[in-house]
Design a protein around this ligand. Structure first.
Ligand code: ZN
Ligand code: ZN
Length: 334
């Protein structure tokens, strides 16, 4: 059942803004209506060693399995498909977050995310970074996030490997075991930016932690990165003014890229390539909440009145208590 704002808030909330986010789930192929499958038939093959496990143990094992392996296991035969489909958490995911599962498999992060982790995020209401209601999942590391954090917070900006190496003083081999993804070509961000080919991106926070781990501390990492950047700039500037043996100016090479290139925030397509809009499943009531917007904040772009903040019943109650009741479409602060 989908939750709706209580009747006492009629006219104070709305479920949509007149803008489309263009996230990963908007760029996945349309699967159309599912075809009739052979699952109506009884399985003829068994599931091998899994057959001897009690159902509780089997479910615990499947829950811990990463989503890529779970998907492969499901495709082995009708018996294993039946095992996976009978897992209550998998069934919740298929019912309420199938776009997130498809997104995870499409960008190739399934081997880092367990079925349990995705289900836990589905059942988490609040943004893991700021505590507001989170209407989205960040599918590189399976975090529940809100629109403002996904469009503003550095942690949720996946980086090209060359940028991650430059910014955190890493070599390519340091990235090998970090969560990374392949972009799905398409249109991303409310500004409708095109991504034309599939590129690798690395999780920002995991790369930062790998750098800190390598250098021993954040300060040591930053010092090393800044020193290297200064040396590269110095060499570049020296080449700019240099002359060859015949007295002609040396042809300048490309300027070293900045440690922090321009981030278009909500207009940066990389901020949307690992994002899916996913409702919150309340474990207790089994109700699904997609979140709603405040009518009184429609024209504001500053927290706590920002027009992109989504609410659930409890956070909207807090919002009205902190920002004032709404009259004639505006918050009354007195
Ligand atoms: Zn947030
Ligand atoms: Zn408001």
């Amino acid at each position: 059942m989908t939750a709706t704002p209580p009747a006492r808030w009629e006219g104070l909330t709305c479920t949509q803004r007149r803008i489309k986010d263009f996230t990963l789930d908007d760029n996945l192929p349309d699967l159309g209506t599912p075809a009739e499958t052979s699952r109506r038939h009884e399985p003829v093959a068994g599931a091998g060693a899994l057959e001897v496990l009690p159902i509780e143990i089997l479910h615990e094992v499947l829950l811990q399995l990463d989503l890529r392996s779970l998907t492969y296991l499901r495709l082995v035969n009708r018996r294993t498909m039946g095992f996976v489909d009978a897992l209550p958490q998998y069934s919740d995911i298929i019912r309420h977050a199938s776009n997130a599962l498809r997104g995870i498999l499409a960008i190739g992060t399934g081997s880092w995310i367990s079925c349990k982790a995705l289900h836990t995020s589905l059942c988490t209401a609040r943004c893991e970074l700021c505590g507001d209601f989170g209407g989205y999942l960040y599918l590189l590391t399976c975090k529940r996030v809100c629109f403002l954090c996904l469009s503003l917070n550095d942690v949720l900006l996946p980086l090209p490997p060359s940028h991650a190496c430059r910014k955190f003083g890493l070599k390519r081999h340091h990235l090998a075991d970090l969560p990374q993804m392949k972009t799905v070509p398409g249109t991303y961000s409310p500004n409708r930016k095109k991504i034309l080919k599939s590129d690798t991106l690395v999780d920002h926070e995991c790369a930062r932690l790998a750098g800190i781990n390598l250098y021993g501390s954040l300060a040591a990492m930053e010092q090393s990165v800044l020193q290297k950047q200064a040396r590269m700039l110095e060499a570049y500037n020296a080449r700019q003014t240099g002359r060859d043996s015949s007295g002609r100016p040396v042809r300048a090479r490309r300027r070293p890229p900045a440690l922090d290139p321009f981030d278009g925030q909500s207009g940066n397509p990389h901020r949307f390539v690992a994002i899916a809009r996913v409702p919150w499943l309340d474990r207790a009531s089994r109700r699904v909440e997609r979140g709603f917007y405040c009518v009184g904040c429609e024209k504001s772009s500053r927290k706590p009145y920002h027009w992109r903040i989504l609410f659930a019943a409890d956070t909207f109650e807090e919002h009205l208590a902190n920002c004032g009741e709404i009259r004639d479409g505006k918050h009354c602060t007195t």
